[in-house]
Design a protein around this ligand. Structure first.
Ligand code: SAM
Ligand code: SF4
Ligand code: SF4
Length: 342
């Protein structure tokens, strides 16, 4: 399906389907306590067996179906996507067999040194690196003792050397854990093309035992940073842009804030997510996804497209806008972040 013939599908709140996040694996080489705490996910936890993961053929068919409904942006995520075998091969196929205009990947960077160049050669457009602290002890704590800060920074250098420029760096901020290091991070990345994006700690899933008191509202961080390096707001690039962007008045670059808790942006949420086992989730905080594998087993592309369109048309999600009115503990479990990516 070409861009010209794509059909636009909107949900119950009039939001079009524009972006897709595809989780290629549910395992991870880190155990960030806010996402996959070691206590719940020990070394031999039963993640999905490889046979339950979508195949590359399935993923291509899915992306083609989403594309025919207006999706132009695709982010590959996980778990840790670089653990998925032959990932550059998938990227190459997505480049050749779909018309996705913006193909991005989110990674913790541990294996980036090895994969940056093959991913670039395969046609990946952009990399987002998750990096919560430049203090080795805090970095260790926030990766559940699994990460190596040095290796991640080498991965970032390798990505630059491979030709990825203006890399977005996601910093998940948790009060009392890494918030004191925010200025250090800003100082480190000012005067580089990279863009730090501070993410408010979210109540995704159930296993991280989220507490509102650990959220540092973006406004507080903004004030702290601007007191040291004056900032100016930057106009939105496009409708649905997630990060609120600011540039340093002295020309030293740009930073962003993802304010899912303090200023939700559900009204502009045009994003669908696919779990590693092929379920479609229409919200990061959903309790259930719709298994698309029955349609993937058929060869009828129109039926798959129709199924996705119908699910999107039924969508009324706006969890973050309703958060304060919801009971503190919902009956049942929400999907975990590592199963559908960020
Ligand atoms: N493993 C890869 C990584 O860490 O970049 C990709 C998947 S990870 C689930 C994607 C993003 O979700 C990361 O930037 C991570 O910091 C963020 N994340 C995970 N749990 C979160 C939470 N509870 N609140 C806010 N962000 C979270
Ligand atoms: Fe792994 Fe990413 Fe979750 Fe950390 S945030 S445990 S790196 S999936
Ligand atoms: Fe989108 Fe759900 Fe997040 Fe709202 S809460 S922005 S609907 S993913």
């Amino acid at each position: 399906m070409t861009v010209e013939t794509a059909q636009t599908v909107t949900d119950r709140l009039g939001r079009p389907l524009r972006d897709l996040r595809l989780s290629v694996i549910d395992t991870c080489n880190f155990r960030c306590p806010y996402c996959m705490p070691e206590s719940e996910y020990p070394e031999h936890h039963d993640f999905l067996p490889a046979s339950e993961r979508l195949s590359f053929d399935d993923m291509i068919r899915l992306v083609q179906a989403f594309e025919s409904l207006g999706v132009r942006k695709l982010r590959i995520t996980g778990g840790e996507p670089l653990l998925r075998k032959h990932l550059p091969e998938l990227i190459g196929r997505l480049r050749r067999e779909t018309a996705i205009e913006d193909l991005a990947l989110t990674t913790n960077g541990l294996l980036l040194k090895r994969f940056a160049q093959p991913l670039k050669a395969a046609g990946l457009d952009r990399i987002t690196l998750s990096l919560d602290s430049l203090d080795p002890a805090i970095f260790q704590r926030m990766t559940g003792g699994r990460g190596s800060l040095e290796q991640v920074l080498e991965g970032l250098d390798a990505a630059v050397a491979a030709g990825f420029d203006a890399i977005k760096i996601n910093v998940m901020v948790q009060r009392g854990v890494n918030d004191a290091g925010v200025l250090q991070m800003v100082e480190h990345f000012r005067h580089t093309p990279h863009v730090l994006r501070f993410i408010e700690y979210m109540d995704v899933g159930t296993e991280n035992h989220w507490q509102a008191a650990q959220v540092v509202p973006a406004r507080e961080l903004l004030d702290r940073i601007a007191a040291r390096w004056p900032l100016q707001a930057v106009e939105e690039h496009y409708r649905g842009e997630v990060a609120k962007r600011y540039q340093f008045e002295d020309g030293a670059g740009e930073i962003g804030f993802i304010t899912s808790i303090s200023a939700p942006f559900c009204g502009d949420c045009t994003r669908a997510r696919i779990s590693t086992d092929g379920r479609l989730f229409t919200c990061l905080f959903a309790q259930q996804g719709k298994d698309l594998r029955p349609w993937l087993r058929q060869t009828d592309a129109a039926a798959l497209r129709q199924a996705i369109a119908q699910l999107w048309q039924q969508r009324g999600d706006r969890y973050s806008e309703l958060r304060e009115r919801l009971p503190e503990r919902l009956p049942g479990k929400k999907i975990e972040m590592y199963q559908i990516g960020g």
